[in-house]
Write a protein that binds this ligand. Structure first.
Ligand code: HEC
Length: 141
């Protein structure tokens, strides 16, 4: 019983994200990215985007801040906003943003693209990254 209460308290700590434990359980013990994306929550991602919003807008046509506007980022070419002055490092990364590349980037930007100017340590929690990806996708339509 005590354990159950502790779990409920923990689950209640995520800023109203009380269903997180249930979502993780649903994703399974060895939850990989596709499994996490199946249980990802756009609203939790919207809250998590608070840590990005100092540097990124996401609305269509939104202005660049320290970082580029992220509207439609999934499927978009890496370093693909012509209005933004990217580092050569990110330009050289090439290709397009898909779920797997976004997941790796959000976990550790500097490890994925050494020399990037995105001064952000990364999001350690895989569920939070999946929520962020779901949010980025929902804002891309
Ligand atoms: C301190 C400012 C800052 C924060 C916080 C930040 N970013 Fe960035 N971001 C940048 C900058 C600057 C770049 C451009 C990097 C470069 O040119 O090397 C960038 C680039 C990106 C790109 C690549 C854009 C493209 O057009 O290819 C993505 C995706 C991205 N950020 C997502 C995020 C997300 C999601 C978060 C929050 C979890 C976040 N960033 C937090 C500054 C930031």
């Amino acid at each position: 019983m005590r354990v159950l209460i502790a779990v409920l308290l923990l689950a209640g700590c995520g800023g109203g994200d009380g269903d997180r434990a249930a979502r993780l359980a649903k994703a399974g013990k060895t939850a990989d990215l596709p499994a996490l994306l199946r249980v990802a929550d756009v609203e939790a991602g919207r809250r998590a985007f608070g840590q990005c919003a100092a540097c990124h807008t996401i609305g269509k046509g939104g202005q660049a801040l320290a970082g580029p506007n992220l509207h439609g980022i999934l499927g978009r070419a890496v370093a693909g906003d012509p209005r933004f002055g990217y580092t050569q490092a990110l330009k050289d990364h090439g290709g397009r943003w898909d779920d797997a590349r976004m997941d790796a980037w959000l976990a550790a930007p500097v490890r994925v693209v050494p020399g990037t100017r995105m001064a952000f340590l990364g999001v350690r929690d895989p569920m939070e990254r999946a929520d962020l990806i779901a949010y980025l996708r929902s804002e891309s339509r």
